[in-house]
Design a protein around this ligand. Structure first.
Ligand SMILES: Nc1ncnc2c1ncn2[C@@H]1O[C@H](COP(=O)(O)OP(=O)(O)OP(=O)(O)O)[C@@H](O)[C@H]1O
Ligand SMILES: [Mg+2]
Length: 242
């Protein structure tokens, strides 16, 4: 895929969860340049994870345009969205979504088995397992833990496995939802540093969600979801009126 100027563009987007009366997202405009590192923040329930779901094509807006790497997410089919996500988006979920029965290293290797393109990139400098080992080492996960099943790891260790899985194969967009919440302060900074370095090396766009505003200074731009999402504003007004 060629380098483009804009990685993500939203135009007049409305998203309502099934069964809900009110929209969760009402975003007139939002755009993120390719290679930009963005810190996205907002109160709990303001729609941060929901927005990330639209960017990853897990959910699709009912109205408006969500463009990711030049693809309009509503115009392309579910299979193409899955393929786009597998090949070009590293997703670091708030709940990690590791396979508990798989070992740490096999969890990291998974994206390469879901996307041939990603496997090619993951093996461009070293064999696949060595690349997984490199990322786990950078994330300070001891080799004695690599063969353990994910379920046997501490929450902070699982979070680092999930990070290595998001980064393997140099995705063009890395989406991280509260990725540092289970890490101690020293590891938080090391983790943010690694994410920034890996994204810079891959010229990837980084969308980093956190409640922890101390981390905001490490990013090119800070986006307040309450500022860009009119539905979050409405929810706040209703909250303060009641
Ligand atoms: N699967 C779902 N089905 C229905 N409603 C949902 C679902 N997921 C989230 N919501 C609703 O959408 C709104 C936004 O939730 P979201 O998870 O996007 O918030 P958030 O900003 O990520 O919050 P947090 O900081 O707590 O993670 C909430 O009101 C929530 O109840
Ligand atoms: Mg969330």
């Amino acid at each position: 895929m060629s380098l483009i100027g804009t990685a993500i563009e939203l135009d007049q987007v409305l998203y309502r969860w099934p069964g809900q009366a009110e929209a969760c997202l009402d975003i007139p405009a939002l755009s993120v340049a390719a290679g930009e590192r963005v810190f996205l923040y907002g109160p709990s329930g303001s729609g941060k994870s929901t927005l990330l779901g639209l960017l990853g094509g897990v959910n699709v807006a009912q109205r408006g345009r969500v463009s990711v790497l030049g693809r309009e997410m509503r115009a392309i089919g579910a299979r193409q969205r899955d393929r786009l996500r597998a090949a070009h988006i590293g997703f670091l979920f708030q709940q990690f979504n590791l396979f508990p029965w798989l070992s740490a290293i096999d969890n990291v290797l998974l994206p390469a088995s879901f996307s041939a393109e990603r496997k090619v990139r993951a093996t461009s400098e070293r064999p696949l397992r060595d690349e997984a080992a490199r990322l786990l080492t950078q994330l300070d996960l001891a080799p004695s833990l690599w063969g353990k099943s994910a379920a046997e790891l501490s929450v902070g260790q699982q979070q680092r496995v999930a990070a290595a899985r998001a980064l393997i194969g140099r995705p063009q967009i890395v989406i991280a939802d509260e990725p540092t919440s289970a890490l101690d302060a020293a590891r938080q900074l090391a983790f943010v540093d690694l994410l920034r370095r890996e994204c810079a090396a891959a010229q990837a766009t980084l969308i980093f969600v956190s409640h922890d505003e101390r981390l905001a200074v490490h990013f090119d731009r800070q986006i307040s979801l309450v500022d860009v999402n009119r539905a979050a504003n409405r929810a706040e007004l209703q909250g303060s009126a009641s």
